[in-house]
Design a protein. Structure first.
Length: 496
């Protein structure tokens, strides 16, 4: 059986690793390959390669770095379907969704192609008499990226294009559930002309993560995953003096006001609730129906949801399987809990007919109505195709629900009232807000990240904040001396 190897210093290697994990096609339930799980020694080898490559890459001209970024972009555009097929085979999302994931990640590559402009400093002539001041930004050093299973291409691309363009070297630790996309991108970087050691991939579990978090040569850590692990990564990484941006979980709400177009709102709820089988940190999992519209809105959502085709993502279906059997069973357990807690089951995803061969990890879309805030289907991040409808009497009550939630990743409001939308934008305590947009993932030249327990650290991903995360500012004050500047003066500089 094929073994997915590590990519260190420009080549594949198994090193001395003996631990292996199965990689499964979620649509069939069959093991398709195995992935090597890195030992401490293997991670150390990857960090050593990145550390050795850093000085030369740091001193490579911005023009040359941008050329390599452009080459990577062109190669990725030409071979995007190949990567999408890999993602579908290991993650399970439908092919169109995988292609969309790559396109959104490619936006960050394109943003990073502008690195010569993004790293421009400032200059002040004659700040003091014959004294000039200028600012520069320099790379931090070897960067660790720890990414989740749900976006094996896009989430790493939130970070590594900016990190590499800014002059850093990278060690990517992808999810062991769908590891092949990372290796595919590593080979593409080499083809684009990236020097060996600048981009490395180590596969593994907690042992690999802890080694990266505690390694003294790792200068920054970027993480996306659940909130408990994000807290752990932030605590352990910052304790060692590293920069850390740790993006955690979510419970994204979508408010629908009585004046909204209910057909558009229902379309959006289905798309945002059940796309990628709900395995998105920006998925809408709680819909808040305000006023008398709830019955009609729930009926429209149910009508649309019943038309969805569930099955293998390579067969033109609308929704694929969940990533593993264990995760499928966990989500099904939440459906059991919702029923036990008294929520109204409009559609039961535990009853599903899937267009696939074998025993895939399928769960159909589930729609609950009359959900209350104390139920676990409301409080917990389920990360599956479960949409809970909460009914409120007013906008203020709906807003209070969102602001009381521990998470603050994404949210949306559907309304034709500009005043209500503007008020919501100002008052909601969430990092990414959509006005009649159900999944408000920002363009790459803005930054991605939430508030509250959805983010640990000061910097969001990509955009200007991403550039600042992967660089450090330096201010240089210059005076070219001549004899007239001689003489002793023990006083503090006067800036005159």
């Amino acid at each position: 059986m094929q073994i997915t190897q590590h990519w260190i210093n420009g080549a594949f290697t198994l090193a001395a690793d003996t631990r292996l994990a199965d990689v499964t096609n979620p649509a069939t339930g069959k093991v398709t390959s195995q992935v090597a799980l890195a030992s401490v020694e293997t991670v150390n080898d990857a960090v050593a390669a990145a550390t050795a490559a850093f000085p030369a890459w740091r001193d490579t001209s911005l023009a040359r770095r941008a050329q390599i970024l452009f080459a990577f972009r062109e190669l990725l555009n030409a071979r995007k379907p190949e990567l999408a097929a890999i993602i579908t085979s290991e993650h399970g999302k439908v092919l169109d969704d995988a292609l969309g994931e790559i396109s959104r990640g490619q936006e960050v590559v394109e943003f990073a192609c502008g690195i010569p402009h993004l790293l421009k400093g400032g200059y002040t002539e004659n700040a003091s008499t014959k004294v000039d001041v200028h600012s520069i930004r320099q790379p931090v050093g070897p960067a660790a990226i720890i990414s989740p299973f749900n976006f094996p291409a896009m989430v790493p691309m939130w970070f590594f294009p900016v990190a590499i363009a800014a002059g850093n070297t990278v060690i990517l630790k992808p999810s062991e559930k769908d590891p092949t996309a990372a290796n595919w991108m590593a080979e593409l970087w080499k083809e684009a002309g990236l020097p060996d050691g600048v981009f490395n991939v180590v596969h593994g579990d907690k042992e690999a993560v802890d080694t990266l978090l505690h390694h003294p040569d790792i200068k920054s850590v970027s993480f996306v995953g659940s909130t408990p692990i994000a807290q752990y990564v932030y605590r352990e990484g910052t304790a060692g003096g590293k920069r850390v941006q740790a993006l955690g979980g979510a419970k994204n709400h979508m408010i629908v006001l009585p004046d909204a177009n209910l057909d558009l709102a229902a379309d959006a709820a289905v798309n945002a609730g059940f796309g990628s089988a709900g395995e998105r940190c920006m998925a809408i999992s709680a819909l808040v129906a305000v006023g008398p519209i709830a019955d009609e809105l729930v009926a429209k959502i149910a009508e649309r949801t019943r038309t969805l085709r569930i099955g293998d993502g390579l067969r033109g279906t609308d929704m694929g399987p969940l990533v593993t059997a264990a995760h499928r069973d966990k989500v099904a357990g939440y459906i059991d809990a919702g029923v036990a807690d008294g929520a109204t089951v409009v559609l039961d995803g535990r009853i599903v007919e899937a267009d696939a061969e074998g025993e895939g990890f399928f769960l159909g879309p589930t729609l609950f109505d009359n959900v209350t805030p104390e139920m676990s289907i409301y409080t917990d991040e389920i990360f599956g195709p479960v949409l809970s409808v909460v009914r409120t009497d007013s906008y203020d009550e709906a807003l209070a629900l969102i602001n009381a939630n521990q998470y603050g990743n994404g949210t949306a409001i559907f309304t034709n009232d500009g005043g209500a939308a503007r008020r919501f934008e100002n008052e909601v305590q969430v990092g990414m807000v959509g006005i009649n947009v159900p999944i408000p993932v920002p363009m790459a030249y803005y930054s991605f990240g939430g508030w509250k327990n959805s983010l640990f650290g000061d910097s969001h991903a990509h955009g200007t904040e991403g550039v600042h995360f992967f660089t450090r500012g330096k201010v240089v004050t210059t005076r070219w001396l001549d004899p007239s500047h001689g003489g002793l003066n023990l006083g503090f500089p006067q800036n005159a």
